[in-house]
Design a protein. Structure first.
Length: 201
């Protein structure tokens, strides 16, 4: 009787296993049941660790290189945005002339009513050829022209010590046949004296 019960129990267990297998297949869509996937994964992980240790002992792997590779961060990820400075908009120069240069302009305008006076003229504008950049970009404080717009004289209002490039400017103007005058801010000529200074021989 006990043998018969064992046989019946085994048959029932087999039927239950078949039914469970069909139910599992219908739920998983026919994927294979891998009962040993975890163990195989652990075995593969163990194999890769053993391979790494073996490669390290052979000198094929450096711990420094592995550390750098593991901690390396792309440059784009650590780039810090730099705030661009706000552009400085140019302001108006007001007044255009001031100080001793402004006073010298009024002296020339008052004493030379039949002439034209221009302020802050680049030396390069007086020449047809190309000058050295530093000399060409330097300025003349006042430029006096006659009624026909021919240059009569160039005037600078300077201190007691000449600025860098004044001698080169003076030599160039002499070569061009333009009288060059330097006025001191402390002793500007009177309006009635300016014509004599410009046309003296």
């Amino acid at each position: 009787m006990s043998y018969f019960g064992l046989i019946v129990g085994g048959m029932l267990a087999a039927i239950a296993l078949v039914l469970w297998f069909h139910w599992h297949k219908s739920v998983t869509g026919g994927e294979k049941l891998d009962l040993f996937s975890k163990k195989s994964g652990e075995r593969n992980q163990g194999d890769s660790l053993e391979d790494f240790i073996a490669a390290y002992r052979r000198g094929e792997v450096s711990l420094k290189e592995e550390t750098k590779a593991a901690t390396a961060v792309p440059a784009a990820a650590v780039a810090v945005p730099v705030a661009m400075p706000e552009p400085v908009l140019p302001g108006r120069r007001d007044p255009y002339l001031s100080g001793a240069t402004k006073l010298a302009y009024y002296v020339c305008k008052s004493g030379l009513r039949d002439h034209h006076v221009f302020a802050c003229v680049r030396v390069q504008s007086l020449c047809t050829g190309k000058l050295d950049v530093r000399l060409g970009e330097s300025e003349i404080g006042l430029l006096v022209c006659n009624a026909g717009m021919s240059v009569v004289a160039a005037i600078d209002v300077i201190g007691s010590e000449p600025t860098a490039g004044d001698d080169a400017k003076k030599e160039l103007l002499r070569t061009l046949g333009i009288r060059y005058l330097r006025f001191s801010p402390k002793s500007l000529p009177k309006p009635e004296e300016i014509r004599t200074l410009l046309y003296r021989t």
